[in-house]
Design a protein around this ligand. Structure first.
Ligand SMILES: C[S@@+](CC[C@H](N)C(=O)[O-])C[C@H]1O[C@@H](n2cnc3c(N)ncnc32)[C@H](O)[C@@H]1O
Length: 352
């Protein structure tokens, strides 16, 4: 019994010191003793639930946000399950292996360095898609799912024209396989979700960054959607010659970089240290890419075409003001939609 305790303590010691420099709080030390006591009577390796509890304690002690969720994601990933809840009973009822224990330690050390969990496990769900994630490409946020839902709603509304709303039959038919341009595709979350929903659509997805273009391409291939998407590395603020080969589109959609320059420094360490600043920084007033997109609508967008944008809650008024001094664009704000927190987050504009 004594040798069992000693060997488990050794394993535990190394797994308690993922950095060597990590200082554990007194609470974690108490937890360490409890864990040894609980497990030493049966086996020298911890059970998955003990491991989750343990790393949750370490993350909490070190001020890592979403400590429980982070710990559960890491342990379930190492045990090859999507979520901790989906782990089968036979997994939960036997101790982890030494390899699994060290893999959890390795990934947890990354989390202690504030790497987002999405980069650690290398994938993330967006609507009904599982997308690969790679730093520094922007990690899709839950509110962007609402942006996609708005685009889908608008398509579906146009597919069922009635009475006075029925502009013309050709437009209604075209809306069944709309041509779409996404500016700033990142991991491909928006474009690929729309392609999945609209099996006849074609999308042109552009991004300034090579890492984003390459990740969108890899995700498109993984989801077998590569035949209906044209992915281009392009800066929307540069000339638009890239679109000379493409017809104007029915829809432009974008979740552009829209953070005000002064707000960038106050973002969480997860974002500041790992995500590409190009994906976030919208310039002094957060409007740089937004106005870049709107200024290009004469070249990109069909008459009666729609623009859907995710923006900062201060932007809807600023965009309306900006459009007042750019009447030549013939764009009008159709609606502003709120996010989960009730903040004005999405703009629907139309050309006509
Ligand atoms: C907030 S991220 C959105 C990514 C993805 N659409 C999503 O919602 O998860 C903004 C994206 O715009 C790209 N971007 C920034 N400036 C750009 C520009 N001038 N032209 C094209 N893309 C740009 C960034 O590289 C980044 O991938």
């Amino acid at each position: 019994m004594r040798s069992l305790l000693v060997s488990f303590s050794r394993i535990l010691f190394s797994f308690l010191n993922p950095h060597g420099s990590l200082k554990l709080s007194p609470a974690s030390k108490v937890h360490q003793l409890t864990l040894v006591k609980q497990r030493s009577s049966s086996t020298e390796l911890p059970m998955p639930t003990d491991l989750v509890n343990y790393w949750q304690g370490v993350f909490e002690a070190q001020g890592v946000p979403e400590a429980r969720a982070s710990s559960e994601y890491i342990v379930s990933y190492v045990l090859e399950a999507k979520t901790f809840q989906s782990l089968r009973a036979d997994h939960l009822s036997k101790p982890v292996t030494v390899q699994q224990l060290f893999r959890v330690q390795e990934l947890s050390a990354q989390r202690l360095n504030r790497m987002p969990i999405q980069y650690i496990i290398g994938e993330w769900d967006f609507l009904d898609l599982t997308l690969m994630m790679r730093p520094p490409v922007f990690i899709p946020r839950p509110e962007t799912e609402l942006l996609v839902a708005l685009v889908i709603e608008e398509f579906q509304r146009k597919m069922k024209p009635r009475g006075a709303e029925h502009r013309d039959l050709a437009a209604a038919e075209a809306s069944q396989y709309p041509m779409i341009l996404e500016v700033g595709c990142g991991s491909g979350a928006i474009s690929l979700s729309l392609l999945k929903k609209f099996p006849k659509s074609h999308i042109v997805a552009v991004d300034k960054e090579e890492a984003a273009v390459s990740l969108t391409r890899d995700n498109a291939i993984r989801l077998r959607l590569q035949d209906r998407i044209t992915i281009l590395q392009h800066d929307i603020l540069a000339n638009h010659s890239f679109l000379l080969h493409h017809n104007p589109v029915d829809i432009i959609v974008s979740n552009p970089p829209y953070i005000f320059k002064d707000d960038i420094a106050s973002l969480a360490p997860e974002i500041l240290s790992y995500e590409d600043p190009t994906a976030l920084d919208g310039g002094e007033d957060g409007m740089q890419i937004i106005t870049g997109i709107l200024s290009n609508t004469p070249h990109f967008l069909k008459l009666y075409g729609d623009v859907f944008l995710e923006v900062d809650p201060r932007h809807p008024e600023m965009v309306a003001e900006w459009l007042r001094i750019h009447p030549d664009l013939h764009l009008c704000v159709i609606a502003t939609h709120k996010d989960f927190c009730g903040k004005p987050r999405f703009l629907h504009l139309q050309k006509g």
